[in-house]
Design a protein around this ligand. Sequence first.
Ligand SMILES: *[C@@H]1O[C@H](CO)[C@@H](O)[C@H](O)[C@H]1NC(C)=O
Ligand SMILES: *[C@@H]1O[C@H](CO)[C@@H](O)[C@H](O)[C@H]1NC(C)=O
Ligand SMILES: *[C@@H]1O[C@H](CO)[C@@H](O)[C@H](O)[C@H]1NC(C)=O
Ligand SMILES: *[C@@H]1O[C@H](CO)[C@@H](O)[C@H](O)[C@H]1NC(C)=O
Ligand SMILES: *[C@@H]1O[C@H](CO)[C@@H](O)[C@H](O)[C@H]1NC(C)=O
Length: 394
Amino acid sequence: MEINLSNRIMFFCFLLIATMATRGVGLRFDNKSGEFKIVQVADMHYADGQSTRCLNVPLDQQATCSDLNTTDFLYRVIRAENPELVVFTGDNIYGKDTTDPVKSMNMAFDPVVALKLPWAAVLGNHDQESSLSREDVMRHITAMPYTLSRLNPDDGSEIDSYGNYNIEISGPEGSPLVNKSVLNLYFLDSGDYSTVQSINGYSWIKLSQQKVYKSAPHEQKENAPGLVYFHIPVPEYASFDSNSTKFIGVKHEPISNASINSGFFTTMVEAGDVKAVFTGHDHLNDFCGELTGIQLCYAGGFGYHAYGKAGWPRRARVVSAFLEKTADGQWGGVKSIKSWKRLDDQYLFHNRFSSPLELVVKFTITGTSTSIELKRHAAIYTRRIEFVTISDRQ
Ligand SMILES: *[C@@H]1O[C@H](CO)[C@@H](O)[C@H](O)[C@H]1NC(C)=O
Ligand SMILES: *[C@@H]1O[C@H](CO)[C@@H](O)[C@H](O)[C@H]1NC(C)=O
Ligand SMILES: *[C@@H]1O[C@H](CO)[C@@H](O)[C@H](O)[C@H]1NC(C)=O
Ligand SMILES: *[C@@H]1O[C@H](CO)[C@@H](O)[C@H](O)[C@H]1NC(C)=O
Ligand SMILES: *[C@@H]1O[C@H](CO)[C@@H](O)[C@H](O)[C@H]1NC(C)=O
């Protein structure tokens, strides 16, 4: 293929951005299990903590429910899944009800910090609605302990919005792919509201941001699948608004995407490496649906101060990538990627500290074998539901 000069210059610009945007964070697949697991937390809507009441919980729960239930849920879901990374996809705090945004963020992210877990965050449309701007909110996040979040590529390039970066997950210690990214994660800021007078509604992913996605180093990217995280669904999610398009999971509300299409989905389809996109924003949707080879997934609402549906548990989405074993017994590239959900229901641990052994006898599991996996994990039966195979090379 002929590459003309301007393309080549662009390519090197991208390469430069990529080098700046990629931090050697040392995240890698587990050497024993060949697995890398990510818990996605969407829409915590954290405000002031104990004094912030829960929305849409059963009547008899209202008196005892606050932001602290969100904190507790986060601890318990982490304990159940034991992920390598936690990703927060925006509306982490609910600015309008937050009297001190710094305190609010510190409380919201406290579980991952306390557990010393690597974590990454992007912004939603509500994070900046108190006294801090989007830039200041993102700056605070990037300065917090154990986070891999970054503001933007710091090469001086003009870029819209705050929190556009990528993270590479390398092969396991002791494997031939120890120095190569075998899974690429991309984080983008889908903005808040349109500032263009003739266009109503939510903002969109600008062309300048799409470069961050396009710019991951070629040699790193080769053969490595990508997963993309941001807050507001791209308009292609709206193809699931008619019930004719199949998806796995729940759609309890309309898709609130931006009213115009900035082409990011097409960019991803063309590049061909992205296997799945994970958003939040619509708390009552938690499905994954496939469109031209890309799974478009929602996490469903996590936070108790976020709107929800009484009796419909708050939830999180989990995704795991599994490596293949090569003929010589070494770990190779990613073989399959799967996703499932975790609900804050009777099947999740009730106490983040309680002894696993006590819990075994308390759980009775019901359901069909197609939608529920019973997993004996550290002597605890836990429930994961609605499995989606995102990618599989068997
Ligand atoms: C919130 O937490 C309190 C204290 O642990 C608990 O009693 C209550 O049931 C929780 N509410 C919900 C809706 O999870
Ligand atoms: C795991 O790491 C150890 C030590 O680095 C190495 O000896 C071993 O071969 C690795 N296991 C696999 C399956 O790659
Ligand atoms: C990975 O990089 C380290 C440090 O540069 C080097 O010593 C090692 O040989 C490399 N391993 C492989 C398998 O490429
Ligand atoms: C899709 O199905 C849901 C639930 O069955 C229903 O409430 C909704 O009106 C349907 N939407 C369309 C566009 O048919
Ligand atoms: C979402 O995108 C679809 C397809 O482009 C469009 O028809 C719809 O109006 C958009 N939704 C909103 C809320 O703007």
